[in-house]
Design a protein around this ligand. Structure first.
Ligand SMILES: [Zn+2]
Length: 269
């Protein structure tokens, strides 16, 4: 009986995560088009037919319809479904890793939700909406109030532990060097990337922000070399860097401490 209850909790968390990410898909699709993302029914982008509730169940509708619109039989892109599955997995990972600190788990999950919108909007439009930066800054203030008032001094690597000083340094330690680079080399970084690192620094504190930036430069650099090698982009062209910053942030949250430990050990022999 206990086992069934245990499994049910994880399944429900997965369903909840994929439902929230289904709504994030709506934001990712509508916000750059200046559409209202709360009101208005979703339509098929191919035929414009209004979609019913049965067409909008995360993951299951895609499988039931075999990836085709019910009305016009046009193929539906798989990306939304992959994002929904990822949302379910992320909810489960947040709950599993931060089970003993549920408020932090919720803050981390909310943060990754915003980063998901940032990453995919940046991929689609090469821009990051200011609403995302504001949402991260608000989350930072909420998590600081919680960590200062409700849960002082919980686990070190978790976001809500960071002190105000660390958060203020986090705001500038990466964003200012990025701003200087952007001024020196026009187009090195977009304004959206810089604002993103300011807001994230305020949430994560400087340690995780530095780790996230290092990871973003490494993964973004590898991707840039790959694009050049595959001749997909010329040397002067740009690719969206936001997704790498977002991925760096998520990796830093879950593996930052372990990575630093490994790195220090590596140099000590
Ligand atoms: Zn259709």
């Amino acid at each position: 009986m206990e086992k069934i209850a245990g499994i049910t909790i994880w399944v429900l968390l997965f369903v909840l995560g994929s439902c929230i990410y289904s709504f994030l898909n709506v934001i990712i699709y509508r916000v750059p088009k200046k559409m209202n993302f709360i009101k208005g029914r979703s339509i098929c982008p191919a035929c414009g037919h209004k979609l019913k509730a049965g067409d909008l169940v995360p993951v299951l509708s895609y499988l039931a319809l075999r990836g085709k619109c019910r009305y016009c039989k046009e193929k539906i892109g798989i990306r939304d479904t992959i994002i929904e599955i990822a949302g379910g997995i992320i909810a489960v990972i947040c709950a599993w890793r931060l089970w003993d600190a549920p408020i932090e788990g919720a803050v981390v999950f909310a943060f990754i939700c915003i980063l998901t919108v940032v990453a995919f909007t940046d991929i689609d439009t090469m821009e990051i909406p200011d609403g995302c930066h504001i949402a991260i800054a608000v989350l930072a203030v909420i998590s600081f109030i919680i960590s200062a008032a409700v849960l002082p001094g919980v686990n070190e690597y978790m976001v809500t532990d960071v002190t105000l000083i660390s958060r203020l340094i986090g705001m500038v330690c990466i964003s200012i060097p990025m701003l200087v680079m952007a001024l020196a080399i026009p187009g090195a970084f977009g304004g959206g990337d810089i604002k993103l690192m300011m807001a994230c620094g305020l949430l994560l504190g400087w340690k995780l922000t530095v780790i996230a930036a290092v990871l973003a430069v490494i993964t973004g650099g590898v991707w840039g070399i790959f694009l050049l090698a595959a001749k997909k982009k010329g040397r002067k062209e740009h690719f969206a860097f936001g997704p790498f910053l977002c991925a760096g942030m998520v990796l830093a949250i879950f593996f930052g401490k372990a990575l630093v430990g490994w790195y220090m050990g590596f140099w000590q022999f």
